[in-house]
Design a protein around this ligand. Sequence first.
Ligand code: AR6
Length: 178
Amino acid sequence: MHEIKINGVSMEIVKGNIVKQPDLDAVVNAANAELRTGGGVAGAIHRAAGPELTEETRSLAPIQPGEAVITGGYNLDNDYIIHTLGPVYGRDKPEDKLLKGCYQNSLRVAEDSGLKSIGFPAISTGAFGYPVELAAEVTMEAIKEYLDKINQLQKIRFVLFDKSDYEVYKKAAEKFIQ
Ligand code: AR6
C-alpha cells in the first residue's frame, strides 16, 4: 500500500480487488452504458452485489461516457456503488476529458451523498483499451483539479488488480504531489 496525504485527504494506492474493500463507503464500477453486468470490474461488482442491483440500475440507464450515478451496494460490503462509463480508447473523444469526467463526477456524487471514503478501479484500462500510463496521469490530474471542491471525503483509494498497474499508478501519484 502506498499513501499520500494532501489537503487533509488520504490517497491510497493498493493492489487488490475492488469487491474486497469493506472499509469504504462506496466503490466505483467501471460500468457499461446499460449499467448491466459484464466482464472485469462490472462483472465482479454485479456478481457480488446480486440481482437487486440490476433492478435499481435499470431505471438509471443508459449513461454517457464521463457520467456517474449512485446506487445501493446490496450484498456488496460497501453501502454504495457509483457507476461511471469510461471512454472507449480511440472511439469516444476527447478521451482524456471524458476520463477526467469519470473521476470528477464520481467524486461529486460521493460528496453530494456525504460519503467519507471511495475506491476507484483503473477505469477504461481493461476492455476499453486506455493505455495504463496515460490513464494513470489523467486520473491524477483529475483528482488534483478537484481537490479544492472536496469537503466530506477523507479517503480516496485506487485499487489496481495487477502489480504492474499498481506500480504505474504509484508513480503517477508520486509525480502528482510534486
Ligand atoms: N478489481 C479491481 N480491478 C479489476 C477487477 C477487480 N475485481 N477486475 C478487473 N480489474 P474493465 P473498462 C481491472 O474491463 O476498461 C466491462 O465488461 C482490469 O484489469 O473492468 O472501463 C463492462 O461491462 C483493468 O485494469 O473496465 C464494460 O463494457 C481495469 O480493472 C467494459 O468492460 C478496468 O477493466 C468497461 O471497460
